[in-house]
Design a protein around this ligand. Sequence first.
Ligand code: FES
Ligand code: FES
Length: 170
Amino acid sequence: MTAPRPIRLTVNGVSYEAAVEPRTTLVDFLRQDLGLTGTHVGCEQGACGACTILLNGQAVRSCLMLAVQADGAEVMTVEGLGGRDGALHPLQQAFMEEHGLQCGFCTPGFLMSAYELLQQHPQPSDDEIKEALGGNLCRCTGYMAIMKSVRVAATKLRAASPAAAGTVEK
Ligand code: FES
Ligand code: FES
């Protein structure tokens, strides 16, 4: 066994210091060490997108990264999307209203990919939505409802805060 290495990172605005084995993946660290089980593990080989999180604002697959590689980073998981009062983020609200999920296994990954998209493109075209979600797989919902959910969320966010689409009040 290799000696644990110290890491420091911020997850959903909270600072953490931990000692992790160098082989620990970021998704395992988030789920097992921090108890943030909203990030799901599907294929564990970068194919399904269920483990998508934001690392320094960029959507990444946390099953393909080691926790030590996130040393010094700012991480956002699906738990960081909603308000502190438990209010759903407009993306979560839209997925619920537009039937963008069934079993929900893939949903955290879709939400984080869509969040990154709406940060960069508050009014995305269908092609931009497809491109952004192209690495996320869903076995049950079908992609039309997911696409519609993202469109509806974009409209909600623009209506709520034209200057800061993509954010939710904390
Ligand atoms: S679990 Fe990471 S891409 Fe599938
Ligand atoms: S809602 Fe079941 S896999 Fe997507």
